[in-house]
Structure formats: structure tokens, C-alpha cells
Design a protein around this ligand. Structure first.
Ligand code: PLP
Length: 384
């Protein structure tokens, strides 16, 4: 049975070119980039090349605006906790109800420290309530964190508009772009964005590396202390192989994004239309007019998403009920609940997220197996 991997929002396969770029740093070039001697010191320039590659993909004006971290979660923590704690007065923290836990966690941490926290609603299509945001940002100094694209539904938020509102009111705007970088074109130097998080393993680089864009002049209090690395923003000897791999992945994404997006979107649309055609009572969750090209989140009335996943797994198909951390618990997704998806559908939702290595055959396999799975589970459901 061959693997049908349609869970690219959870993690992605490392690209061959990325792996090859890392190999010298796992074999011969193992020196410490901070060393005075040539053997170690020569490694430093490869970190700087990677910094340039990351900066180029997101349009940062200066590579020094990129700080390497261990993952998207750390980037979000550094931006929110570190950004909030570095502001003169305790700011009002504003976020949404559909953020990843790596954003809501540090926001709640700041709340526990005495900061005021507001979590904004979304509508039935997962779109942010911009009128409330406008009112809230005007109420005083704020740190606002809103994701660029939602990991469960793929819904894209208007970060340009949001950043404008926040900055006009004198606030600081961070965006969790972990699901957007490499999938959407972006130019942070032309956008009102102060900080932006990204993660290597979501874009064909390895796990264990991420980055935070921090616009020049913005202060953050480091989370990891005790070293001069990353200009004092993140102590610790650099994870050179993974940083080099992330740089390579950014270079590849920049070259391939347009063509890949068209190919992946066409497959996603065929998958989605095929499922809606053959599975009565299926519905798409999220705003289909503003969505990542690779993601579809579908609800099936009166059956459990977890049961669908287990039966798909038996056919070698990898999908998800949403965020990897929520999978495994029977709690319905906080994203779908915030969107007021009805009770009979919220438990029966699954996410397919395609990627560079997805094929038309993968789509065919799902379109063959999924209707059988849904039919079988409906036969067993006491609610149908
Ligand atoms: N933010 C979003 C939107 C995500 O989807 C994820 C991972 O699923 C993260 C943050 C966390 O990234 P990492 O796994 O690199 O810590």
C-alpha cells in the first residue's frame, strides 16, 4: 500500500535539494560559527547566506531583520511575549479566537502577567470581525497578533488592512505566517507588519528551525538568555544544518511558488468537487474566496472526524482533523466552534492539505476510498 500524504499543514517532506544543502554541515563543516579559528568561523557565512534567502522570500529590507529560532512556536512566543514585555507600558493584547495555540498560549501568559487580552470573533466563514478590531486598537497602546492564514481551514486574513489599523493607532502588529510563507507571495517591507513568524518544517525544510522577522527598530525581550548569538535576541549555538536547510527551502519556494500553487490548487479543487459530488451532506468550512491553495476542510454530518481518519489511515491515506495538537483529543476544533459550525458537522470535519509532492493519483485514491468510508460510518451512526 503506498502512502497518500495529504497532511502538509502538519508537516512536509524535506526536499532533496534542502537535504543536500545540509549534508556538509552534518559531515565536514561541523565547527562552531562563533569560533575565532578559521575552521569554525568559516561556517558563519553560510548562516548569513540563509538569512539573506529567508529575507528575500518574505521581502525583508535587511537580512538582519531575520532572527533564527527553533520553530514557529518559538517565533510566536518571542514576538508576543518578548514584544509585549519590551513595550514601555503593558499593552492591550489583541488576537483572534482562531489562532494556533502557539499564539494563544503566549497571549494568555501576558494576560496572567496582568495585561488586558481581547480575543476577536470570526464569522461563519472564518473571517475576522474588522469593525471590532478597529474599535479595540483605538482603545490604547496595543500588541496585536493575527495569523496570515488559518492552519485548519486555510482562510487568509487581510493582514495589510489589519496592520494598517494597528499601526495607525500606534500599536505593534505581529502575524503568525507559519502556514502562509512559501504558499503566498509577500513583501513585508511594503506591508504594515512589525513581526512575522515562519517555520521550516511547513515548507520542506527540517523540523527544529524557524525564524522571526523583526522590523528594524522594534524591540523584543529575548526568551533565551546567555549568549550573543542572533544579535542577542536568541542565545545558543546555532543549529547550522537546519538554518542552511531553511535558507535553501526559502530559495526553492521563491522559484517554484507560482507554478506549484496553480498545480496544487487544481488538485485541491478536483478533490473538493469530487467529494462534494459523491458524499451527500458534505460541506466546506471557511471562506472559499480567500483561502490557501492547498487546504480544504470538509464536514460530514453525523459521523466522527476521528473515525474517518482511522479508516482512511487503514487505506494509507494521511489527513487530519485540524491542528495536530487537537487531533488525538475528542474536543471539537476551537476554530470550527468559533465559526459556529453546527454541532452535527463540527465533530465530523477533516482537513486535507496538499503539497509539492501530492499527485493526481493521490486525489484519485481519496475519491475512491472516502465515499466508502463515509457510507460505512453513516450505516453505523445512530444519528442518521
Ligand atoms: N502556527 C501555525 C498557524 C501552525 O499551523 C503551526 C503548526 O502547526 C505553528 C504555529 C507551530 O509551528 P511549529 O510546529 O514550527 O512550532
Amino acid at each position: 500500500m503506498s502512502l497518500v500524504y495529504l497532511d502538509n499543514n502538519a508537516t512536509t517532506q524535506i526536499a532533496d535539494e534542502v537535504r543536500d544543502s545540509m549534508m556538509p554541515f552534518l559531515t565536514d563543516l561541523w565547527g562552531n560559527p562563533s569560533s575565532m579559528h578559521t575552521f569554525g568561523g568559516q561556517v558563519k557565512k553560510y548562516i548569513e547566506t540563509a538569512r539573506e534567502q529567508v529575507a528575500a522570500l518574505i521581502g525583508a529590507a535587511d537580512p538582519q531583520e531575520i532572527t533564527f529560532t527553533s520553530c514557529g512556536s518559538e517565533s510566536n512566543n518571542l514576538a508576543i511575549r518578548g514584544g509585549g514585555e519590551a513595550m514601555d507600558k503593558s499593552p492591550h493584547v489583541i488576537t483572534s479566537k482562531v489562532e494556533h495555540a502557539a499564539v494563544s498560549g503566549p497571549c494568555h501568559y501576558l494576560e496572567d502577567c496582568g495585561f488586558r487580552l481581547t480575543k476577536l470573533d470570526v464569522d461563519g466563514l472564518g473571517r475576522l470581525d474588522l469593525d471590532t478590531l478597529q474599535r479595540e486598537v483605538k482603545a490604547g497602546k496595543n500588541l496585536t497578533s493575527i495569523m496570515w492564514a488559518n492552519n485548519e481551514t486555510g482562510v487568509i486574513f487581510p493582514v495589510g488592512l489589519i496592520g494598517e489599523m494597528v499601526q495607525e493607532a500606534g500599536g505593534l502588529f505581529h502575524t503568525d505566517a507559519v502556514q502562509a510563507v512559501g504558499k503566498l507571495p509577500m513583501n513585508v517591507s511594503e506591508l504594515p507588519i512589525d513581526m512575522l513568524s515562519l517555520s521550516g518544517h511547513k515548507m520542506h525544510a527540517p523540523k527544529g528551525v524557524g525564524a522571526l522577522y523583526i522590523r528594524r527598530g522594534i524591540k523584543v525581550k529575548p526568551l533565551v538568555l546567555g549568549g550573543h548569538q542572533e544579535r542577542g535576541r536568541r542565545a545558543g549555538t546555532e543549529n547550522v544544518p537546519c538554518i542552511v536547510g531553511l535558507g535553501k527551502a526559502c530559495e526553492l519556494a521563491g522559484k517554484m511558488m507560482d507554478d506549484e500553487n496553480m498545480r496544487v490548487k487544481a488538485m485541491r479543487d478536483r478533490l473538493e468537487e469530487g467529494i462534494l459530488d459523491v458524499c451527500p451532506g458534505a460541506r466546506i468550512n471557511g471562506d472559499i474566496s480567500s483561502r490557501l491553495p492547498n487546504t480544504t476542510n470538509i464536514s460530514f454530518d453525523y459521523i466522527e472526524g476521528e473515525a474517518i481518519l482511522l479508516m482512511l489511515d487503514d487505506c494509507g491515506i494521511c489527513a487530519s482533523t485540524g491542528s495536530a495538537c487537537a487531533s488525538g483529543s475528542l474536543e471539537p476544533s476551537h476554530v470550527l466552534r468559533a465559526m459556529s459550525v453546527p454541532g452535527n458537522a463540527v465533530h465530523g470535519s477533516i482537513r486535507f492539505s496538499l503539497g509539492t509532492y501530492s499527485t493526481e493519483e493521490n486525489v484519485d485514491t481519496v475519491l475512491t476510498e472516502l465515499p466508502r468510508v463515509v457510507h460505512r460510518l453513516r450505516e453505523l451512526s445512530p444519528f442518521v
